[in-house]
Ligand binder design. Structure first.
Ligand SMILES: Nc1ncnc2c1ncn2[C@@H]1O[C@H](COP(=O)(O)OP(=O)(O)O)[C@@H](O)[C@H]1O
Ligand SMILES: [Mg+2]
Length: 322
């Protein structure tokens, strides 16, 4: 039985590592808890779990690795209190490292229990890259968050992640239709020949076999709408890259995306991390913290905060700089 989530699940992904995903996940969790919401921060960067450091915690508690090894039956028993009121932490590898590969059955159990964690918000820090686990977890909600810097490699990897995410979703929706599945596997393996396979082309190919299935898949995948956070910006105008990103996503991947906001490169982040301090507690008013506050406001009340116009986001970001 598929259960509806009890909480708002916010998966946070990135194409590339080192873009500030875990710092953002921790800061978002701390910030939401500071608004009086019950929050659980989950480290699902299996193989590279380090969210605990950004929350000022040691890595000594059993975590998801132990859960997957059946040493613990219920995820919720593994929640660890933090020094921040209303914020609890669910460790990743914990005592059982190197769990990056998990079986379908384990994944299913994990997904179902994540949805039942007792909190208003469940913030999920994912590993970088397009591992199947990561893509499945990103698909827990229609609008997961992508964190990227404005560097070309990070942007490219973010696009590749979303492309793989869409291709994987399409394939799994065609799982019960062997001829379509076979056609898709061949199509995905096709050499690029200078032109990339677009999701729209994939839909058309499926329609050639089975128009009804093509419509279903298009409808299902059309619900996804990733939200971008641009990190380590030097200036507010850096955000202009968001226009290109959303146009590329629309054209190549048939995805509507939105921009949640911009975070400045802020030495205070690194200084707090080096000192093993919890960044937002240490320095509540910095350019990063101000950008984060704007993002949190939009997340908390999407109805009152529709995706703002890019120029408005840029002028908002200008106000966050020192
Ligand atoms: N906005 C920022 N300004 C300055 N340093 C940052 C910022 N965001 C992240 N960092 C630093 O970048 C490094 C990588 O961040 P992390 O969140 O661990 O990346 P990821 O989880 O994407 O691999 C950390 O040392 C962190 O302190
Ligand atoms: Mg990380």
């Amino acid at each position: 039985m598929i259960l509806e989530p009890r909480s708002v699940i916010i998966p946070i992904a990135s194409g590339k590592g080192g873009v500030g995903k875990s710092v953002f996940a921790a800061s978002l969790a701390i910030s939401l808890a500071g608004q009086g919401e019950e929050v659980v921060a989950v480290d699902l960067d299996l193989g590279g779990a380090n969210l605990h450091t950004y929350l000022g915690l040691p890595n000594t508690n059993p975590g998801i690795g132990d859960f997957l090894k059946q040493r613990h039956d219920r995820l919720q028993d593994l929640l660890v209190p933090t020094a921040i009121d209303k914020l609890r932490f669910l460790p990743g590898d914990g005592k059982t490292p190197f769990m990056a590969n998990i079986s379908t059955q384990q994944r299913h159990k994990l997904l179902e229990q994540l949805k039942q964690l007792p909190a208003r918000y469940v913030i999920v820090d994912l590993g970088a890259g397009s591992a199947l686990n990561t893509m499945n977890l990103f698909g827990l909600t229609a609008s997961g968050i992508m964190v990227t810097t404005m560097d070309t490699p990070a942007l490219m990897n973010a696009l590749v992640f979303l492309r793989n995410f869409m291709f994987a979703n399409i394939l799994s929706l065609a799982a019960d239709h062997p001829p379509v599945k076979k056609m898709l596997l061949e199509l995905y393996r096709r050499p690029a020949n200078g032109t990339n396979l677009t999701v729209d082309e994939v839909y058309h190919r499926i329609a050639g076999h089975d128009p009804l299935l093509a419509r279903e898949i298009r409808e299902h995948c059309g619900r996804f709408s990733p939200r971008f956070v641009y990190n380590m910006a030097d200036q507010a105008e850096d955000l202009r890259v968001a226009k290109k990103v959303s146009a590329t996503l629309k054209k190549n991947i048939s995805l509507t995306s939105s921009t949640l906001g911009l975070l400045f490169h802020d030495p205070a982040v690194r200084i707090a991390v080096r000192k093993n301090r919890v960044f937002l507690k240490d320095r509540p008013d910095t350019p990063y913290a101000r950008g984060l506050a704007a993002i949190v406001a939009r997340l908390q009340n999407p109805a009152n905060n529709p995706a703002p116009h890019l120029e408005n986001l840029i002028s908002e970001a200008r106000g966050h700089q020192a």
